[in-house]
Design a protein around this ligand. Structure first.
Ligand code: NAD
Length: 417
């Protein structure tokens, strides 16, 4: 049976790695639990005078190594188990990169496309006010995720700062430069993906610019990586958003498509006779060299994995591949660069943003990208070494490193009291 509950999948991933590394069963049980979860009701007066009540969450999986860190997602199918899984993945991601943060995540079950800007602002402000006691620069620092952006982060910052009676830039990352945001943060996740895939190609003796690319999701992460690879000279042959996908074997004009979607349009409405409309399901099984899922979790599963035809899967999204599919891909020799490594550029530059806010001293873009390159590729090399030594998947290798670091931190601290 297909297991698609993200939290059960995240727990299963810990079981797999615990077995591989012989982790103390007590620590395994500890890591499979979350520290805390807050469920809140968000009543909003809609523009038409009706009252709607939305449900929101903020979860801390582990704050053993520092304050929680993780995005806020606004989407119609957000639920507690999804947020718990996303919080857990953040713990491993921060640990893998040696960032002094734990794992957290938040979300509101809402379709933001159905809200006016004013309704969205009221929703963000009330949600922030409901979770205010468990966020803060020393507690848990939110950031953007699906359907949230620098404007939403500005409202979170404003609510928090008004309650504190002073401006607190360090409460969120991914905010506008004018409010203490960092250069390079918006592009950071895509840029990290680009550094990682370039290095992976070198390891496999492949020339990056000769690879054909398919990208699912054309938002912050998918749009940025598609554009960086397009600028590199790669043929980006298919992309998609929530409305569907476009395919052209000779390569899509990514720059024009970005202008189109950034003006608020859907890909399915783009007019170019050369392009074929395809579904998101077809996109995932399109033959290519590098497949980049950059939308949602559970996209490559037991149901479609046999039809996936690529050399490398670069996980831009969190949790796009299920453990069942992982097994099949490993046996087929398809290299899966796991989310906790591949898409960690976002939290890495969020860390730079946090440091810049605390020091009140801001870096130039060259320094940001150089430090990002250094940190993410150091993690890549560490993962690659374990992967080669043990002949396991890149995901299991990354988990061994990330989980060991957390396990050691717990052992040093001891279990309170
Ligand atoms: P976004 O809202 O900017 O873009 C999401 C994209 O996915 C949009 O193009 C949307 O149309 C598309 N999409 C939504 N539902 C879809 C569906 N059912 N089928 C196909 N496409 C769909 O979000 P984002 O920030 O780019 O996040 C995308 C993924 O990357 C998420 O899994 C997120 O957790 C992960 N991620 C984001 C960051 C970051 O810095 N933003 C960092 C690490 C990981």
């Amino acid at each position: 049976m297909l297991e698609l509950n993200p939290f059960k999948i995240a727990q299963k991933q810990i079981d797999i790695v615990s077995k591989e590394m012989g982790l103390d069963p007590n620590i395994t049980r500890y890591l499979k639990r979350i520290e805390r979860a807050l469920i809140v009701s968000i009543p909003i007066m809609m523009d038409d005078g009706s009252l709607q009540i939305f449900e929101g969450y903020r979860v801390h999986h582990s704050t053993v190594r520092g304050p929680g860190k993780g995005g806020i997602r606004f989407a119609p199918n957000v639920n507690l188990d999804e947020v718990k899984a996303l919080a857990m993945w953040m713990t491993w991601k921060c640990s893998l990169l040696k960032l002094p943060f734990g794992g957290a995540k938040g979300g509101v079950c809402v379709d933001p496309r159905k809200l006016s800007k004013k309704e969205l602002e009221r929703l963000t402000r009330r949600y922030t006010s409901e979770i205010i006691n468990i966020i803060g620069p020393e507690i848990d620092i939110p950031a953007p995720d699906i359907n949230t952006n620098a404007q939403i982060m500005s409202w979170v910052l404003d609510v928090y700062s008004m309650q504190k009676g002073r401006t607190v830039p360090g409460v969120v990352t991914g905010k506008p430069i004018e409010l203490g945001g960092s250069l390079g943060r918006e592009q950071a996740t895509g840029r990290g993906l680009y550094f990682v895939v370039g290095t992976m190609c070198k390891k496999l003796n492949l020339t990056l610019k000769s690879q054909s690319i398919v990208v699912q999701g054309f938002g912050n992460v998918g749009g940025t990586i598609a554009n960086l690879l397009f600028e590199e000279g790669c043929n980006v042959i298919a992309i998609s958003d929530i409305s569907g996908g476009l395919y052209f074997s000779k390569g899509l004009d990514i720059d024009k498509l970005l202008d189109w979607t950034r003006s608020g349009n859907y890909l399915k409405d783009y007019q170019d006779d050369r392009y074929k409309l395809i579904s998101n399901d077809d996109l995932l099984t399109t033959e290519c060299d590098i497949l980049i899922p950059a939308a949602l979790e559970n996209q490559i599963t037991g149901a479609n994995v046999d039809d996936v035809k690529c050399k490398i899967i670069l996980e831009g999204a969190n949790g796009p591949t299920t453990p069942e599919a992982d097994n099949v891909l490993f046996n087929k020799g398809i290299h899966v660069i796991p989310d906790i490594l591949a898409n960690s550029g976002g939290v890495c530059v969020s860390y730079f943003e946090y440091v810049q806010d605390i020091r009140a001293y801001f870096w130039d873009l060259e320094r940001i990208n150089k430090e990002l390159n250094r940190i993410i590729l150091e993690a890549f090399e560490e993962v690659y070494l374990v992967y080669k030594e043990r002949n396991i998947s890149l995901r299991t290798a990354a988990y061994i490193i990330a989980v060991s670091r957390i396990a050691r931190a717990i052992e040093f601290r001891g279990i309170f009291p």
